[in-house]
Design a binder for this molecule. Structure first.
Ligand code: ZN
Length: 164
């Protein structure tokens, strides 16, 4: 299992069965960060609080697709990196005992992990895909076009912005 932060290999330090599946504590052989993985069938039942206060099941595919848009044209970040980030964010929330997470909790965890791989992508997420409350927006910036534009922020498609 690759480390979600630096993609090095990791070692299992503890294994136990939990209601959410087989839980493994791991430590990275390179950066020594600790993380948790769950092996399971189906979803661990993590729910996400939406803007309107309703809850919906955490959708890891939806999050991965949003991250694919955010990191488009960034060669430093591959699909496997995103899969790892999403899996680790989900496991971190489940491991913290959260049955419900907010999109701002998720955004913080994602930015943390993305920044370790590619600071430009993390910054792009921070600037273009967080709403005023720090919640991650999964839809395209265009889909939120009827919201008042935030002064000075780039709201176009990833890739339209100047290289750099
Ligand atoms: Zn590591």
């Amino acid at each position: 299992m690759q480390c979600p932060f630096c993609a090095s290999s990791s070692n299992v330090t503890e294994t136990r069965e939990s209601p959410d599946g087989t839980r493994r504590r791991r430590v990275c052989s390179s950066c020594k960060r600790r993380f948790t993985t769950y092996e399971r069938v189906g979803s661990p039942g993590l729910r996400v609080e939406k803007r309107d206060g309703e809850h919906e099941p955490f959708d890891s595919e939806k999050l991965k697709h949003a991250l694919e848009r955010i990191t488009a044209h960034r060669s430093a970040v591959g699909t496997e990196d995103l899969r790892r980030i999403v899996r680790d964010v989900e496991a971190t929330l489940v491991d913290a005992g959260s049955r419900t997470a907010s999109w701002s909790d998720i955004a913080k965890l994602v930015i943390d992990r993305l920044a370790a791989i590619d600071r430009v992508s993390a910054e792009r997420l921070r600037v273009n895909y967080l709403d005023d409350d720090g919640r991650l927006r999964l839809e395209d910036p265009e889909a939120a076009a009827d919201a008042p534009p935030q002064l000075g922020l780039f709201v176009g498609e990833p890739g339209d912005e100047p290289a750099g």
